[in-house]
Design a protein around this ligand. Structure first.
Ligand code: ADP
Length: 607
């Protein structure tokens, strides 16, 4: 039985030393860490003298041992008070001279305890260990130790209520450690003795002080969390090592001793290797953590820069749009023969070229403005009940002349069941259809055909189609310049798919088609694909990116298909059915609304 106690006390004392060394090692100059070391020192000393109090062999020294034990208790309480005052940061400044006076008082009290019989008269041995007769000044000892402890508890309580977040948590750990210590003591020094009428297990109460030390160490090292794993490994290793070492001395024969020593050496070496590897791994992890912290900071900076860029583009394009619109407007009036008469045909030709360029510029600026509004979440979306067919027909009417000029036929095929009501923003849906039909006319040959169709498709198929398109040459397309902005442009609530089935609108052409890999990057920002003939056609590469954002703001999906160059292409987009209106409204309500939201800037998309 005694052997168990020797092992436990040695292990706890050793653990104490490990905790103390670890904590001090983290930051040697820190007064908090130093006061912790002082505290652990007294804990170790207390455990040791407490252990001696139970040694019958030392019966004749028990009076001195008990006195020393009480002295250690005084200093232990004082060290707790000091530590709690400093940790995690002081809230009241106690002047040094006060500490000095308290220390002098404690010294005096210690002398009285040790050198007089006023506190401990004489010790005697009981069945479980030693006990003593109290002297007249024992109350002074009890009061002093209690005052230090009560002070510490009050300070902790104040800190607990005053501190926040991490600091509060740190204080909580200490309170937790104290609670465990108290529970153990109540159980082993009060409940068990009352129930079994014996103090044999009383010592386990004292041993639980290691929880207090452990929790405090954890609280200090919380910010250096990884160190905790080293401590745990070291702790386990040390306990095993100590038990093995003790066993050497309790061997019954030299051979047994030798074998145990051999085993101990092997295990020592093993634990050394284990601790070393854990430390190395932790060091690497800490390095990694530092790196990821740096990366996080860099990423935040990038996001801030990205936001600044978007803001700049927004501001610049807004300022540019007004003069450009004026230029465009006046040029259009000057070219109108009914309003202005210009005799020189050369002048008319030059002016119509300038007019075309102005229109292109206006479109670019409007697109840029819309992209920045989308990315800043400032695009005004006003959904209402509309007839899908009306929207499609009005686009076809608008683009009829353009198609005729390009010698492309334009038709729509909307079956009766698809002539339905939808809940959407008419301007946005129109914008998307104009863009898709406009592209089909633009990227087509003379004599080509463009057809707008409507129907339905199950959600699973819709998502599969999008996935299939996005995975086309994903590796090659990964680094394409103009990939979407760093943050996802559309709020995630918008992107939530709605319904088992959605309405499907497809714009089909037999035009110049799209190369396989290009299909995978069509919807990225500034992405213009195809060969020279496409590049010569005016465009910004923003239309599809904007269309994708607009459709996603309606909980729909957009994707494209093409068999390859000169094999035509089909662009599909889906929209929730009218039945899903309630769900759409609910999801949309969860999207934060910008105060200064603006409608789509007027652009000449499709012209
Ligand atoms: P823009 O037309 O202004 O260049 P878009 O974002 O609308 O920008 O289109 C991106 C690119 O996708 C176009 O430059 C073109 O290469 C390709 N594209 C779009 N629609 C078609 C189509 N119907 N047929 C062939 N290529 C297309």
């Amino acid at each position: 039985m005694e052997l168990i106690h020797i092992s436990i006390v040695s292990a706890i004392v050793l653990l104490n030393i490990i905790f103390a060394v670890r904590v001090v090692f983290v930051d040697r100059k820190n007064p908090v860490n130093r006061s912790f070391a002082l505290f652990t020192f007294f804990v170790a000393l207390w455990l040791f003298t407490d252990f001696l109090c139970y040694q019958f062999r030392l019966a004749e020294y028990q009076t001195s041992i008990n006195r020393i034990n009480l002295v250690v208790v005084v200093w232990l309480m004082l060290s707790i008070a000091l530590f709690v005052t400093l940790f995690p940061r002081p809230i009241l400044r106690i002047k040094n001279y006060i500490w000095f006076l308290v220390a002098v008082y404690s010294l005096l009290l210690s002398s009285v305890i040790i050198f007089t019989n006023m506190v401990v008269k004489n010790a005697f041995v009981e069945s479980y260990g030693s006990n003593f007769n109290q002297g007249s000044l024992f109350v002074l000892f009890a009061a002093s130790a209690s005052v230090f402890l009560i002070y510490a508890m009050i300070v902790l309580a104040i800190k607990y209520f005053r501190f926040k977040d991490e600091e509060k948590r740190q204080v909580k750990y200490i309170l937790f450690g104290i609670a465990i210590f108290l529970v153990f003591n109540v159980v082993f020094n009060l409940l068990v003795p009352v129930m079994t009428d014996s103090f044999v297990y009383g010592r386990f109460g004292s041993y639980s002080v290691i929880f207090l030390v452990g929790f405090i160490a954890y609280a200090i090292l919380k910010t250096h969390l990884f160190n905790l794993r080293v401590i745990l490994t070291e702790t386990a290793a040390v306990i095993i090592d100590v038990v093995l070492a003790v066993q050497i001395f309790t061997s019954h024969s030299a051979l047994e001793g030798l074998l145990r020593a051999l085993l101990a050496i092997i295990v020592f070496y093993g634990s050394y290797l284990l601790i070393r590897s854990v430390r190395e791994e932790i060091k690497r992890r800490e390095e990694l953590q530092v790196l990821s912290e740096e990366l996080k900071v860099a990423n935040q900076k990038l996001q801030a820069i990205d936001a600044m860029k978007t803001e700049f583009v927004s501001m610049a394009s807004h300022e540019l749009l007004t003069p450009i619109s004026a230029i465009e407007g006046y040029l259009s009036m000057m070219l109108d023969e009914k309003m202005v008469k210009i005799d020189d045909p050369k002048a008319v030709e030059y002016m119509s070229r300038v007019y075309k360029s102005a229109k292109r510029l206006a479109r670019l600026v409007a697109d840029l403005l819309n992209v920045s509004r989308i990315e800043e979440g400032r695009l005004l979306v006003e959904k209402q009940d509309i007839e899908l067919e009306e929207t499609i027909t009005s686009v076809i009417n608008e683009l009829k002349f353009k198609a005729e000029a390009a010698k492309v036929t334009l038709e729509s095929e909307i079956p009766d069941e698809a002539r339905v009501k939808i809940y959407a923003d008419p301007d946005k849906i129109k914008e998307v259809i104009i863009n898709l039909v406009g592209n089909s006319i633009k990227y087509n040959h003379k004599g080509g055909h463009v057809k707008v169709k409507a129907g339905f498709l199950p959600m699973t198929e819709i998502l599969e189609n999008v996935k299939r398109m996005e995975s086309i040459c994903a590796e090659e397309n990964k680094d394409v310049v103009g990939e979407g902005s760093i943050q996802s442009a559309i709020h995630e609530k918008y992107r939530e798919p709605v319904g088992d089935r959605q309405l499907l609108i497809s714009v089909q052409d037999d035009g110049i088609g799209i190369e396989k890999c290009d299909v995978g990057r069509l919807f990225k920002k500034f992405s213009r694909v195809g060969d020279w003939s496409t590049q010569e056609t005016p465009g910004t590469g923003l239309g599809l990116y904007i269309s994708k954002s607009l459709i996603e703001m309606h909980h729909g999906r957009i994707w494209a298909e093409s068999e390859g160059k000169d094999k035509g292409s089909t662009f599909h987009f889906s929209l929730p059915l009218y039945e899903a209106k309630e769900q759409v409204v609910k999801l949309d309500e969860e999207v934060p609304k910008a105060k200064d939201a603006k409608p789509l800037a007027k652009s000449a998309v499709g012209n």
